[in-house]
Design a protein around this ligand. Structure first.
Ligand SMILES: NC(=O)c1ccc[n+]([C@@H]2O[C@H](COP(=O)([O-])OP(=O)(O)OC[C@H]3O[C@@H](n4cnc5c(N)ncnc54)[C@H](O)[C@@H]3O)[C@@H](O)[C@H]2O)c1
Ligand SMILES: [Zn+2]
Ligand SMILES: [Zn+2]
Length: 393
């Protein structure tokens, strides 16, 4: 089959790789019909490159049609339409029963000290072949795939794999009180969807910050007040002015480790690109290489006693978070990979009854799998209006 494969920094290709097969009696094989490119994929072709191997199949936002099932699979059958969550979770362990699927005890990567395996991700998360491909092997066929109805386009459901539960969890973790104010940093697909969900859930005052014109336009069109800057002083100043000098009740960081405005860490990340991966991988596990600009803005902006909800991914281990400042401001910090299945029962009914979140025209680009390298480049450089790209294998 054809698949998007990792070859190095800023280098993905479409290669022919072996077709996936049923290996365990509860496996299913899904023929992929739509597969998103995510901001997290960009980390793999930059900061997280030391944890990748040439030939790794990328992608963790797929949906498609079940083509083959193992002998113990009863929940789905060939022909069923399914979305595949980005966390590989068993659905039956203690963590899964707590709604903490990203910590699944069956797929936790204990030797690496990391949580549940993820599709199309690094060695830290199991190095499992991903879904930017014609076919995908999906384990836990009775509990992992999300069955979705026929009759509506893929775009209606595909974001159940990641964008929707990630943004939903970010808004829930932010816990904006009634009548309160939420600030979302970053208007990529995750930040944009956070603002949509916040409006849908009735949060009264939703602000965001970014500098990319088409991303700003999408958010303003849906009623979000956008601060057109990513400069910490400007963003903090503007949001304080809007909140009686106090700051917002909650801030979502939907940016992560590749923030604008962290020149030193940016140099460190580029320098790490020149050091062989065998040396760099252990260093990254103990040292800090993140660009902390967005997180620092969140800490400064949030009101005293407020909540920061971190959905942007940070990769290094000992970045100097301003802990004393966080302690002094009495900030609550909540974060983590999204627990996809935890939120599916809340989100799926919203998708089948209509389109209040605007998912039908959320994607800016639908491109054939073969054009993935160009699509990655455009998304990374924020060129050609690329906000959300769906690959069509
Ligand atoms: N927690 C999870 O489960 C989960 C799931 C999916 C994605 N993510 C993470 O969420 C983050 C966003 O993903 P995305 O797909 O929207 O990515 P993206 O790269 O398209 O979006 C990031 C946006 O942030 C803006 N930005 C950069 N620096 C900023 C700053 N200092 N202040 C404000 N905005 C700034 C950029 O202009 C860009 O529009 C990534 O770190 C990704 O890895 C986490
Ligand atoms: Zn993703
Ligand atoms: Zn589990």
């Amino acid at each position: 089959m054809r698949a998007v494969t990792w070859h190095g920094r800023a280098d993905v290709r479409v290669d022919t790789v072996p077709d996936p097969t049923i290996q365990d009696p509860t496996d299913v094989v899904v023929e992929i019909t739509s597969s998103g490119i995510c901001g997290s994929d960009l980390h793999l072709i930059e900061v997280m490159a030391p944890f990748m191997t040439v030939g790794d199949v990328m992608g963790h936002e797929p949906m498609g049609v079940v083509r083959e099932v193992g002998r113990d699979v009863t929940a789905v059958k060939p022909g069923d339409r399914v979305v595949v969550p980005f966390n590989i979770s068993c659905g039956t362990c203690w963590m899964c029963s707590q709604g903490l699927q990203s910590q699944c005890e069956t797929t936790q990567n204990r030797e690496q000290g990391f949580g549940a395996s993820l599709f199309g991700y690094t060695k830290l998360y199991g190095q499992v072949p991903g879904g930017q491909a014609e076919y995908l092997r999906v384990p836990f066929g009775n509990t992992l795939p999300i069955t979705v109805p026929e009759g509506l386009p893929d775009d209606r459901f595909v974001y159940l794999s990641d964008v929707l539960p990630t943004a939903w969890q970010a808004v829930q973790y932010a816990a904006t009180p009634p009548g309160g104010t939420l600030l979302v940093l970053g208007l990529g697909p995750i930040g944009d969807m956070c603002t949509r969900i916040a409006h849908h859930l009735g949060i009264e005052r939703v602000y965001a910050s970014d500098v990319v014109p088409e991303r700003i336009a999408r958010a303003t069109a849906r009623g979000t007040d956008v601060i057109r800057s990513t400069d910490q002083d400007e963003v903090v100043g503007a949001i304080r002015d809007a909140t009686d000098g106090r700051g917002p009740d909650a801030v979502i960081d939907a940016v992560g480790m590749e923030a604008h405005g962290s020149p030193l860490a940016s140099i460190a990340q580029k320098a790490s690109a020149l050091i062989p991966d065998a040396i760099m991988a252990p260093v990254m596990k103990v040292a800090g290489v993140d660009r902390m600009a967005a997180l620092n803005t969140a800490i400064e902006a949030v009101r005293r006693g407020g909540t920061i909800s971190l959905s942007g991914v940070y990769g290094g281990a000992t970045d100097p978070m301003p802990l004393s400042r966080m302690f002094d401001k009495q900030i609550q910090l909540r974060m983590g990979q999204a627990n996809v299945w935890r939120w599916v029962p809340d989100i799926l009914p919203i998708l089948t009854e209509g389109d209040p979140l605007g998912v039908d025209d959320f994607a800016t680009h639908h491109v054939p799998l073969e054009q993935a390298p160009q699509a990655y480049a455009d998304f990374r450089e924020k060129k050609d209006g690329a906000v959300k790209v769906l690959l069509k294998p």
